[in-house]
Write a protein that binds this ligand. Sequence first.
Ligand SMILES: CCCCC/C=C/CC(=O)SCCNC(=O)CCNC(=O)[C@H](O)C(C)(C)COP(=O)(O)OP(=O)(O)OC[C@H]1O[C@@H](n2cnc3c(N)ncnc32)[C@H](O)[C@@H]1OP(=O)(O)O
Length: 312
Amino acid sequence: MPKPGMLDFINKAKWDAWNAIGSLPKETARKNYVDLVSSLSPSSESSGRVDKEPGSESVVITSEDGITKIMLNRPAQKNAITIQMYQEILSALEATSKDDNSVITVLTGNGDYYSSGNDLTNFTNLPPGGIEEVAKTGSILLRDFVDCFIDFPKPLIAVVNGPAVGIAVTLLGLFDAVYASDRATFHTPFTQLGQTAEGCSSYTFPKIMGPAKAIEMLIFGKKLTAHEACAQGLVTEVFPDSTFQKEVWARLKAYAKLPPNAMRISKELIRHNEKEKLHAVNAEESTALQGRWLSEECMNAIINFLSRKSKL
Ligand SMILES: CCCCC/C=C/CC(=O)SCCNC(=O)CCNC(=O)[C@H](O)C(C)(C)COP(=O)(O)OP(=O)(O)OC[C@H]1O[C@@H](n2cnc3c(N)ncnc32)[C@H](O)[C@@H]1OP(=O)(O)O
């Protein structure tokens, strides 16, 4: 077959792999394959079924003392968010919003990062409709995902245990409190990635910190320390990393004992005037990103990251 185009990542990788093999006889190829798989997996000869270890899920949801904790759990990948994780977080938020035993909801990360944002490999697995289909379905999922944060009816808290990048930062403008370790940083390198702001940040950031500071972050990609983000109003309070978990969870447990209906009604009073505007901003940002994901600027940035030519 002719060599697939540069942006057809999967088929190009397959084509290169086939080409590298040359004229290997089919039987030899089969034997090499079986030998390789056997050497990789000691259990591959037994049942063939792979059970997930408990706690190996990419999003771990737990509930205790009236607090629902949604924990991003891909520490080796800096908690980069895959398509499946967006869907799981969305479902968790929908379920907890209806759960009478859940008073406060927390989003946090496992390991040294809060989250490195969108998983940049999300756009590399091309369906039959190609990159256009990926961009379209990505834009719809992004819009649904952010809508769910806009509409979330109970107190929503971010426990930012380490550096945050991209959508993990922009969403913070929709949270009711943001507690950060002093190790956390806040980085939205959209322009460097050929992308544009999402998570309603094109509206919430100028409102929270004023247009000048918001533009430094959203257009020029300035990274803030936790103390800088707190001074700008994006973070509620910063804690020393050594006591972060202990102090924050003690406080959250106390908040979760407050009367839940009073908290829910106060949140509605504070937020409801903005909801229509936020949904409109979210729709606009999702459409703009759909176009960006098809652009050469964005594709080159992703290819550079995947081929390890660039990092933040
Ligand atoms: C439905 C779709 C919605 C889309 C919404 C859009 C959102 C926009 C954004 O979120 S933009 C932000 C995108 N994120 C990034 O650009 C971050 C990219 N990552 C990095 O630059 C670096 O990895 C780092 C600075 C976060 C950390 O650097 P460090 O040197 O400490 O660690 P490594 O680079 O070695 O990372 C360890 C492994 O984790 C993988 N990884 C990290 N982040 C991502 C990511 N965002 N996407 C995919 N993979 C990521 C990294 O590749 C390493 O994997 P490896 O061990 O297999 O090499």
